[in-house]
Every structure is written in structure tokens, then in C-alpha cells.
Design a protein around this ligand. Structure first.
Ligand code: ADP
Ligand code: MG
Length: 636
């Protein structure tokens, strides 16, 4: 197949004219049957690298991805383009999962998205062997690395899939965060047949990375936001701080709102939409904000608190300037942050006995007796759990992380599942039922008119929509559904919103619960090392920020010339004499009229590189400014 085919698919389904750097190389590598690791920064366009080749091939593409909300979004998007796709995750009943898999085997589905904890189940392994697979895509592949910052034990079971599928099916692993160590780990743990890494540079030439040492962060933020143009994100660590900072900004007359995972879905969606549309200028958020945001013109990302790894920082700050225009990534750092980080370290690593306490309490809370519980899925509300046992929330959360790391259980984010209905009788039998039970007739007709496909699979339904359509109360609709279900006409799964915990093992006696001390120690050391690198970044005054970040990901680069460190150096690269001469010239030009930067450089009559430095310095020090049309004027 030639490359034109892929471009045609790109245009036909997505309406894009050309591939981004590396997308084509990854596609070529995959279709030639090679296991491939693709590294691209967030927003680089990784999804297309498995979607396009899958559309060009026979069979179905299996996509493994840990975030259920994003999974659903992608499946919806594909289906809306009339590409048949389906998702399987722990929020679904065993029966639903089985039907979905059957449909994949016998239907003409192109994509099967699955969350990692499902792939180890025997049902999945049995069914996957029957699929005509074209490709296995593993998104967020860094989750496989035990020493990475986001380990998921079930990722380790992905390689086992190879025992059940044709050896010809290539694996495509994708990630945005890969230190050299993690890259090796990914290829090993996925049993790559050969070493094959394709990467784009992670360099973001249009981002100015700045670190500001400030104790009075509020004052600094307000001042900066008055000066800055366009819209952006302020990241803070806690939900409480989110709200406080947003309120402070609003009080100062800055258009701002806050966002965190504790808010109801509809409110979050509204806030995100308002920000995306530009109605809210600044969104103050925890790291919950960002997944699935797709806004190109973000001018600044400001970190009020320092993240605990460069991976996180790079990912979050990377949301600025996707449009390629100048943008700022600012980190506020104070000495008191350092002591706070040490404190959070303590909470991050609870003593092993505490972890065991949490394990026992959790099993009791979920009513799992010793020796059972394997593969069971439970709804789980952390806040309810900690309240009931009077545990401290953060320490408990981190204890659970350890239990996950050891592979005993796995947690999902909160999943919002709509109600689902599946008719389990044939059309003929349903007709007989309608004739015999007239009171249900119009309700059944309503269902059949409103939704399709209910005879072959579970279909999402909305009690609210049905209620609005008919004027019948929601409660009555619900009762109809429950009744039909008790007559074995339909299977009805009421919708709910919940996080889940999945037990990978049966409940163990406390004595038998093993938290490996070596593991514990190593995790702690790795965490410590990551944090240290982050602090080094913040404290350094003489290494280019961009060089530091890229070096962390194993990439060599030249200094960027636009971070705070480089800018300071730029000043020094000019003699005082030259600097003053150019400054006089700039002043002269700007005292008579406004001009844009390019013209100003020409008018000064000095070498461009030198004039640029002076102009940048003047901008940085508020001597000159840009107006709406990006024309420069003299400030004072
Ligand atoms: P990643 O997974 O690497 O973070 P995504 O796959 O979510 O990135 O893609 C990010 C955005 O880039 C999406 O809006 C996508 O539609 C867009 N995109 C991807 N490839 C192209 C392309 N070749 N041309 C234009 N836009 C693209
Ligand atoms: Mg992605």
C-alpha cells in the first residue's frame, strides 16, 4: 500500500491535508509489521498513528488505554465518523462485556478500546484469540514502567496477549513522556521483537520557560495577568486553593474561574467550554484539568505550585502555544515550597503497617471475606471510605496506590455510565408480550422508536430524555424499565457515576499481604530523584530551561534564547556601550510612532541579533509594550 492511501484516509475522515512530523514514519513502520514505540509530546497527534493504519487494513485494531473518560470520547468520535468502534471497561457488566466482544468477532468493528485491567481476564483472552486483529495499540505506554510516575500493574500483562494472537500482529506503543530508562522498559516489558523507537523532538521553540522566585505569589500573579495577553491556565495543587485563587483574580477584575475533579460533571463541562470558547480568560485548576482539552491558542500556563516531576511539568506546561505563536510557561517558586514538598513526601510514603491497615479496612468496607474477591469489581468512594474509618485522606490515597503498585488491586477514575437497555427476547416474542400486556405497549413502542440496536446489544438510554419526550415522570419511566426487566423482556442497567476498585487477587490474611520492602524503597528513591530534578530545575540560575527539560528526556539541544536564564545571558552578551546605543535608537523610533518588531529592528540599523536582544530586554522590563495589533510603543 502506498503512502497516498493513508493521506486519502486522513483527508476523508479527518479533513486534514497533511500528516504531522513523524506520523507517517510511525504508520509506515507499523504497516510493515514491526513493533514500534512512538514518542511524541502531548498534542502531537499520536491517536492518528494507529487510527489511520487500522482503517487501511483488514480486521480490528485493539487499543489499550487507561483513562476511561478519554476512551469513551474517542469511541464516540469514531462512531460519529461512521467508523464502528466499541469500548470495554470495568464499568460494564460481565454480560455487556461478553456481548461487546461477540460483536467484535462477528461484526465489522474497526476499533476495540479496552482498559488494561480487562485484558488479563480469561474471558478476554479467550475471545481475543478469535478476533481478526490488525494491530495492537498501547496508549500511555509509560504506565508499564514500574519506576515511572504513573505505573499500572495490569500493563505488565499486555505482553501475555502475544500468546493468544497471531505473531504477525504488530504492537504500537505510544507515550508523551519517556526518559531513556522508561523507553527501554517499555520495549522490554512489551516483548518487542526488535528495538524500534521513533521520536519527534520534544523541543517547543515558541515557549518561553520562566521561573520566578516570589513569596507573594498572589500579587505577582495579578500583576502578570494584567500584563499578559490572551487566555491561559493557572495550575495549583489543592482544590481549596483553586477556588481561592480564582476568587482573588475575579476580585481584581480578571476574568477567571476554577476547576477540579470534585465538581459535578455538568459544571466541569460548562467551565471547560466557557474557557475553550474564550468567555473565561483564566482557568485556575488542579491537574485534573487538561485531559482532552484541545485548545490551540493558550498563551500562558502558570504553575503556582511546583509539580512533583519534570514529566508532569512538561505535560502541563506543554498545553501552551499549540498554535506555534509565542507563549509562556511560568513556574512560581519560593523557599517555603521546598519544606512543603518534604512534608508531602512523608504522606506519599506511609509506613508499611499503615498500608496494611488500609488494606484490611478496605476489604471490610467492601465486605470481601478472606480467600475471595478475585476479579470482583466494586464501586468505590474514597471520601466515604476515609470518613467511615477516620483515616487521613492523602495518606490513605497513597496507601491504596501502593496496593495497586503491588498488583493487588486497581483503581479507576470516576466513570459516568449512562443507563443501558438490551432486549433479551426476539421481536416475535416481544410482539406477543405487547399483545398480552397492553399497558406496556406504548412504553415499548417509545423505546423502540427512540433507540436502535437494542436487540443485539446494550444501548445507552436516558430516563430524562424519555421523560421529556413523553411528559411521564422520570420515576415512572424507571419503574417501567424495572418491571420489563423483572418480566425478562429486557436487561436494564441503571446508570451511575462512580469510581471503581477491581481486585486482582483474592483477599489475603494480613500476615500474607506482602509489600516488598525493596520495592517500597526503590519507588521512594525514584520519586525522590524525580522531585530533586524538578527542584533543580526551579533553583537553577544558569542552565537554559529548555535544555534542562529536554536533557531529562534524553534529548540534546541548543539553548533556547528565550527562557529567563537565556534572557539574562542575552543581556550580558552585549556590551553596555552597544546596548545603550541601540536603546537610544529604539527610543527615537518609538517616540514618533508605533511599529511592529520586525520593522523596529530594521529601523534601528543595528545587526538583527543584537537589536532583538535589546528589544526583548525592554519588553521584559516593561519599557516598551505591544498594543492590540502587536505594534510596539514606548511605555514610560
Ligand atoms: P496526542 O495523543 O499525541 O496528545 P492527539 O492524537 O489527541 O494527540 O491529537 C491532538 C490534536 O491534533 C487533535 O485535535 C488532532 O485532531 C490533531 N491532529 C493530529 N494529527 C493532525 C494532522 N496531521 N493535521 C492536523 N491536525 C492533527
Ligand atoms: Mg493521546
Amino acid at each position: 500500500m502506498n503512502l497516498g492511501t493513508y493521506r486519502k484516509i486522513l483527508t476523508k475522515y479527518w479533513g486534514f491535508n497533511s500528516f504531522r512530523p513523524l506520523q507517517e514514519d510511525i504508520i509506515k513502520s507499523v504497516v510493515s509489521g514491526k513493533d514500534t514505540l512512538g514518542l511524541m509530546p502531548t498534542g502531537g497527534g499520536k491517536s492518528l498513528t494507529f487510527q489511520v493504519p487500522a482503517l487501511a487494513s483488514e480486521g480490528i485494531c485493539l487499543v489499550i488505554t487507561p483513562l476511561i473518560a478519554l476512551m469513551k470520547e474517542q469511541v464516540n468520535r469514531l462512531n460519529s465518523m461512521e467508523i464502528k468502534s466499541i469500548a470495554i471497561h470495568s464499568g460494564m457488566s460481565a454480560e455487556e462485556i461478553e456481548i461487546a466482544l461477540e460483536n467484535c468477532i462477528y461484526g465489522d468493528y474497526k476499533f476495540l478500546y479496552v482498559s488494561p485491567e480487562r485484558i488479563a481476564t480469561s474471558m478476554f483472552q479467550y475471545k481475543v484469540a478469535k478476533l481478526n486483529l490488525s494491530l495492537v495499540a498501547i496508549d500511555e505506554a509509560h504506565c508499564i514502567s514500574q519506576w515511572g510516575y504513573d505505573f499500572r500493574p495490569s500493563y505488565l500483562k499486555i505482553a501475555k496477549l502475544r500468546d493468544h494472537i497471531s505473531p504477525k500482529v504488530p504492537f504500537l506503543a505510544l507515550t508523551a513522556t519517556a526518559t531513556p530508562h522508561v523507553i527501554e522498559d517499555i520495549m522490554n516489558k512489551l516483548s518487542f521483537k526488535e528495538h524500534n523507537v521513533l521520536r519527534t523532538s520534544f523541543e517547543r521553540k515558541n515557549i518561553s520557560y520562566l521561573v520566578r522566585n516570589v513569596e507573594e505569589k498572589g500579587t505577582y500573579l495579578v500583576k502578570t495577568l494584567f500584563k499578559a495577553k490572551g487566555s491561559g491556565i493557572v495550575y495549583v495543587r489543592s482544590r481549596k486553593r483553586c477556588r481561592e485563587v480564582a476568587e482573588m483574580l475575579v476580585k481584581e477584575g480578571i476574568s477567571a474561574d476554577y476547576y477540579h475533579a470534585g465538581l459535578p460533571d455538568d459544571i466541569r463541562d460548562k467551565k471547560q467550554a466557557a474557557w475553550t470558547a474564550g468567555d473565561t480568560r483564566v482557568i485556575v485548576s488542579t491537574n485534573a484539568f487538561g485531559m482532552g482539552i484541545d485548545k490551540a491558542e493558550v498563551r500562558f500556563v502558570i504553575h503556582w505550585d511546583i509539580p512533583d516531576s519534570i514529566e508532569n511539568y512538561f505535560q502541563e506546561s506543554g498545553r501552551v502555544g499549540r498554535d506555534g505563536k509565542p507563549a509562556f510557561a511560568v513556574m512560581l517558586f519560593s523557599q517555603s515550597d521546598k519544606s512543603r514538598l518534604t512534608e508531602s513526601m512523608r504522606k506519599k510514603f506511609p509506613p508499611i503497617e499503615k498500608i496494611k491497615d488500609v488494606y484490611e479496612a478496605l476489604c471490610n468496607y467492601l465486605m470481601v471475606p478472606e480467600g475471595s474477591g478475585k476479579d470482583n469489581v466494586f464501586d468505590f468512594n474514597l471520601y466515604d471510605f476515609v470518613a467511615k474509618y477516620r483515616f487521613p485522606a492523602i495518606e490513605t490515597f497513597n496507601s491504596l496506590q501502593f496496593l495497586q503498585r503491588e498488583g493487588y488491586m486497581e483503581f479507576t477514575e470516576e466513570i459516568n455510565n449512562p443507563s443501558r437497555v438490551h432486549f433479551i427476547v426476539s421481536r416475535d416474542d416481544l410482539y406477543k408480550f405487547q399483545v398480552a400486556n397492553e399497558s406496556f405497549d406504548s412504553f415499548i413502542k417509545l423505546l423502540l422508536r427512540s433507540y436502535t440496536g437494542m436487540f443485539s446489544e446494550f444501548v445507552p438510554v436516558s430516563e430524562d430524555v424519555l421523560s421529556r419526550k413523553t411528559g411521564i415522570s422520570r420515576d415512572t419511566i424507571y419503574k417501567y424499565l424495572v418491571k420489563l426487566s423483572s418480566y425478562n423482556i429486557i436487561k436494564y442497567i441503571p446508570g451511575k457515576k462512580s469510581a471503581l476498585v477491581i481486585f486482582n487477587e483474592e483477599r489475603l490474611m494480613r500476615k500474607a499481604l506482602f509489600i516488598s520492602p525493596e520495592n517500597y524503597l526503590e519507588v521512594k528513591e525514584k520519586y525522590d530523584a524525580r522531585l530533586k530534578k524538578m527542584i533543580e530545575y526551579a533553583e537553577s540560575e544558569n542552565r537554559c530551561r529548555s535544555v534542562t527539560l529536554l536533557d531529562y528526556f534524553g534529548e540534546e539541544s541548543d539553548r533556547c534564547g528565550i527562557c529567563d536564564v537565556c534572557r539574562k545571558r542575552n543581556e550580558l552578551d552585549l556590551s553596555k556601550y552597544e546596548f545603550d546605543l541601540i536603546l537610544e535608537e529604539v527610543k527615537k523610533v518609538l517616540s514618533s510612532r508605533k511599529v511592529d518588531a520586525e520593522e523596529l529592528i530594521k529601523l534601528t540599523g543595528y545587526p538583527e541579533d543584537k537589536a532583538v536582544k535589546v528589544i526583548r530586554w525592554l519588553l521584559d522590563h516593561d519599557k516598551i509594550r505591544n498594543d492590540e495589533e502587536m505594534k510596539l510603543f514606548w511605555q514610560s
